[in-house]
Design a protein around this ligand. Structure first.
Ligand code: ZN
Length: 981
């Protein structure tokens, strides 16, 4: 870039460079550009990362709840002018080594992002993304399939009853059924009356049928235009090349238009308001103490990076950890057990919303919850905010800025999200990204005194734009909605003429025929098998000891962050103690220690670390039907915080103090959280339940993370504070059994130069642990769960169906074939049958090559019986339909992507340590990849015969009670066991 500009300002192609700044956090450069002819904006982050990213987003501000922006997102992905195939995005996932591909609809924008480490792949995906967004086909049939349509229950039978069908229609029925969704709806409606936020951008099933194809196309024309487009690129690819493609293929075909997607500021209230919403409760469930209350304010403009930073810091100070004053006051009030949904700062509105409240309350206590919030804020504004807490939050920001982690989400895109409000709402994106200047200003203003106290007054206490939001459970909600829908459809049905009925059948059959039709995918760009890197990086380590305990050091460029894991084997605990590990994981990091209460410990954690977490993990062996039971505590800290970081570890592992009152709070909060996440945990619960029927490893995972764990937590939640003595003794017994000098091993990832000081600190830590072996024999391996097919009923209006098979371990030559089979089945059959035809949000096939399982599953599915029939057909499909070379190559390419996930230093050392422990050596992994390339059609048929058609299988469903009852009516033999979750 250097030669094209002077002082950072100049042009590239048809673009003006508006701004160019150094970006220290990435040792890179920030570019802001504008396309001269159309006004399209572009931010580019030039840096040495080879995981290159692209995103384009459009402000989309619908003024109704028909879900137009969301349905458009789906239809845009259903074929474009240059790529007129049914599902180019989905097809590209099998022709690409993308490290991320997705599309999102938020309250006021729609975004299409991807990332990849392969240059050719980047250009392929760029072509497909640009054509999809600017030149989609927007076919009427795609609109009907993805949005909503009438269809007879049996599509070709006029008498089988008229129904609404459609992917988004079903998706939103599931998505809106949670208390979280009800709270989000309340925030939008109560705080932003008259603005786009007062509607449900994803679509309300009651209003989705009002959307027409014409309105959808009009919405596209007005919003998906370069003048309304925000581009983002990141990585080491030359910017000129990318801009050239964007300009030639897309922008050159447009002229600037007038767009109006600006969102006005909300008219501020003269006095606070109240607002209530309901969420569905399953029949028979106890609805007492299941309400939520949130006091919520509209505060600063999110485009103002300094004021947003100040509010973020304030919000973290108030609520960020268990020791934060507002969080503590709310929990101490005992009105509820956990923070309400929507607590904290939400910056995805043009004006940020701050909320604080409690869940698990009596609805009548709503006003009391608000009073706790107001009283606490008032005393903080009067008596002052603890400056040490502010320091701790600022330390946390510094940590986040320094860490370049791909954990969870590619860093390449995290960078975009960290400046999105400023970029989207016309603020200073560079300041938001590189917040040194804002931080310096904050420190200066703080020194002048009472900064945060004044902020509490100005934005909260003296700000009348507040609403008290109350969410209550409604046991009749689901039934009422179902009846309303049936009545509405029945009314339509009686008014239909014969011709209209016939045309509904014809539409359905045409859509079906199109889904079945063979597509010419050769128009899509693709990677070839030769493009796949066959080698894995060798990760070097240094073996050492600290006070006799083994330490594996992984020296990597971590940008000044040290990552420490301590691993210990939990198989020496009795089964009864193992069942308490999910609770112990939380207690270990959320209690008091060494004479300090949990508030002081939480403050130390915030001030000196980037977080410490703990979890039991069951790790599969590569070569044997066996596993390792690891309890792992993981922490990270800036290098200069090493000493207080390890001191904190020592206090937690050696001097943990479990107070019964605090324990009661932790149990209550955990149980509440679990209950309210059942709608999102449905697939996990069904899967673990099914796998527990096939291996003792599966049974152990079920007890640690499945329905069994939920039941343990529910039972614990029934105990009163005075009855917890025995639980505390057992938790302490877990700690003193697991953390002994001869039982612990460490894995450390850090800068090479840090090794000696880390070793010295760990030696000090080990010296404080008890010596000697605890008595008792290891617990026996768990028995398999009851093999009968099970259905668990849950408060959800959809189903999660799982069939899983027991297969082979990683080093078996059939394991790579099973992985290819999973990709093949998903791409050629299951996605079409379950999502496109069946209306499920997802249809999955996975080979978990480590634990030796193969499963078929559906997510947010309106069907049960039909889905199990599709699972049966899936086997016949492989056995009876010729397997084409192109489809096989795509499945192999997909499998290669599966075995080569995106890493970063924080993940790399950790993953390598587990690989060594379990036998996933570099040689085995490279052999696995070579075997992938050699898979033949005959192999796929053979493993289908051996492991699926004639293998051991288990089935489990988690679904709404009416779906389960309906399934039992159709197929009385489908489930042998039926019980609530
Ligand atoms: Zn969707």
């Amino acid at each position: 870039m250097a030669e094209t500009t002077t002082k950072g300002i100049g042009t590239v192609g048809g673009y003006s460079i508006v701004r160019r700044e150094p970006l220290d956090r990435l040792e890179g450069t920030f570019f802001e550009l504008e396309h001269q002819a159309t006004g399209a904006r572009h931010i580019h982050i030039e840096c040495s990362d080879d995981n290159n990213a692209f995103a384009v987003f459009f402000p989309t501000t619908p003024m109704d709840s028909t879900g137009v922006a969301h349905i458009l997102e789906h239809v845009v992905l259903a074929g474009s002018q240059r790529f007129p195939v049914r599902d180019p995005f989905f097809s590209m996932t099998r022709r690409s080594l993308a490290t991320f591909m997705n599309a999102f609809t938020s309250a006021d924008w729609t975004m299409y992002p991807f990332s990849t480490r392969n240059t050719k792949d980047f250009m392929n995906l760029l072509d497909v993304y640009l054509d999809a967004t600017f030149f989609p086909r927007l076919a009427e049939d795609s609109f009907k399939q993805e949005g909503v349509r009438f269809e007879f229950e049996k599509p070709d039978d006029l008498t089988s009853g008229l129904r609404y069908k459609g992917v988004v229609y079903n998706e939103m029925k599931g998505a809106l059924a949670t208390p979280q969704a009800a709270m989000q709806k309340a925030v939008g409606r109560a705080l932003f009356p008259g603005l786009t936020y007062s509607y449900i951008s994803g679509g309300d099933p009651q209003h989705i049928p009002e959307l027409t194809w014409a309105k959808l196309r009009e919405f596209h024309a007005n919003h998906y235009h370069p003048t309304n487009a925000y581009f983002y690129t990141y990585g080491n690819q030359p910017l000129e090349l990318t801009l050239d493609v964007i300009e030639r293929s897309s922008l050159a075909k447009f002229q600037k238009i007038k767009v109006d997607t600006a969102i006005p500021d909300v008219t501020r209230f003269k006095r606070p308001t109240t607002h209530a919403e309901v969420y569905p409760l399953a029949p028979g469930e106890d609805g007492s103490k299941r309400a939520e209350a949130l006091a919520a304010w509209v505060t600063v403009h999110t485009g103002d990076s300094f004021r947003l930073l100040a509010m973020r810091v304030l919000s973290e100070v108030l609520l960020g950890n268990p020791g934060s004053p507002l969080r503590k006051a709310l929990i101490d009030s005992r009105l509820g057990t956990a923070l309400a949904d929507g607590s904290g700062l939400q910056d995805d509105y043009k004006e940020a919303v701050f909320g604080a409240g409690l869940k698990d309350i009596n609805a009548s206590d709503s006003v009391k919850v608000q009073q706790v919030v107001l009283d606490t804020l008032d005393s903080l504004a009067r008596d002052g905010v603890d400056p040490e807490q502010v320091d701790a939050v600022i330390h946390r920001l510094e940590f986040e800025k320094r860490e370049r982690s791909n954990a969870g989400f590619p860093y390449a895109l995290k960078v975009l999200f960290s400046c999105l409000p400023s970029y989207n709402y016309g603020g200073d994106a560079y300041s938001a990204l590189n917040f040194d200047a804002d931080l310096a200003r904050l420190e200066k203003d703080r020194k002048e005194g009472r900064f945060f106290e004044n902020l509490i007054r100005a934005e909260l206490l003296d700000n009348p734009h507040r609403s008290l939001l109350t969410i209550t459970p409604d046991p009749d909600f689901e039934e009422r909605q179902r009846r309303q829908e049936l009545e509405k459809v029945a009314a339509v049905e009686t008014s239909l003429s014969d011709a209209e009925r016939q045309s509904i059948v014809a539409d359905a059959l045409r859509v079906r025929a199109d889904q079945e039709a063979k597509q010419d995918l050769s128009v899509l760009p693709t990677l070839n098998l030769q493009d796949i890197p066959m080698k894995f990086d060798r990760v070097e380590s240094e073996a050492a000891t600290a006070g006799g305990a083994p330490v594996e050091f992984y020296p990597l460029p971590t940008n000044g962050v040290t990552y420490v894991d301590v691993r210990t084997d939990f198989s020496i605990l009795s089964t009864e103690l193992q069942d308490l590990l999910p609770l112990f994981s939380r207690v270990l990091t959320q209690s008091g220690a060494a004479g300090q209460d949990y508030v002081q410990i939480a403050r130390r954690m915030a001030a000196h670390t980037g977080g410490i977490g703990a979890a039991a993990q069951v790790q599969s062996l590569a070569a044997a039907e066996d596993f390792v039971e690891s309890f792992i505590v993981s922490g990270k800290a800036l290098d200069r915080k090493l000493v207080p970081f390890i001191e904190l570890w020592a206090d937690l592992l050696v001097r943990l103090e479990i107070d019964p009152v605090r324990l009661k709070e932790i149990i209550a909060e955990t149980a509440t959280r679990l209950e309210s996440s059942i709608p999102s945990l449905g697939l996990q619960f069904a899967l673990l339940l099914a796998q527990g029927k096939l291996s003792s490893e599966g049974a152990l995972n079920e007890r640690q993370q499945g329905i069994a764990m939920l039941h343990v937590m529910r039972d614990l939640a029934k105990l009163e504070v005075g009855e917890l003595g025995d639980v505390i003794a057992r938790l302490q017994q877990i700690r003193t059994t697991l953390f002994r000098q001869d039982a612990v091993r460490f894995v450390v990832t850090c800068e090479e130069s840090m090794i000696p000081s880390v070793r010295e600190q760990l030696t000090g830590l080990v010296g404080q642990l008890p010596t000697g072996r605890p008595g008792g024999a290891p617990a026996p391996r768990l028995d398999l769960l009851d093999p009968a097919s099970e259905a668990r009923t849950a408060p959800v209006p959809v189903a999660f169906n799982v069939r899983t098979y027991k297969t082979v371990r990683y080093t078996d030559p059939d394991a790579p074939i099973l992985l290819v089979l999973a990709n093949y089945l998903r791409d050629t059959f299951l996605h079409r049958e379950l999502r496109e035809k069946g209306g499920a949000y997802g249809g999955y096939v996975q080979a978990s090559t480590a634990a030796g399982f193969f499963y078929l599953a559906s997510y947010r599915d309106p069907n049960v019986v039909r889905t199990y029939e599709v699972f049966d057909e899936a086997l016949r499909w492989v056995l009876e339909t010729p397997i084409e070379d192109e489809a096989l190559d795509e499945a192999i390419l997909g499998a290669c992507g599966d075995v080569d996930p995106l890493e970063s230093p924080d993940i790399k050392g950790r993953r390598e340590a587990v690989n060594r422990l379990t036998g996933f050596t570099l040689e085995e992994r490279e052999l696995f990849k070579q075997r992938l390339l050699r898979v033949t059609p005959a192999d796929l048929v053979r493993v289908t015969e051996n492991y699926l058609a004639h293998g051991r299988a288990a089935q489990a469903t988690v679904a709404g009670a009416d779906l389960v009852a309906e399934a039992r009516k159709q197929r009385p033999d489908l489930f042998r066991v039926v019980a609530p979750v």
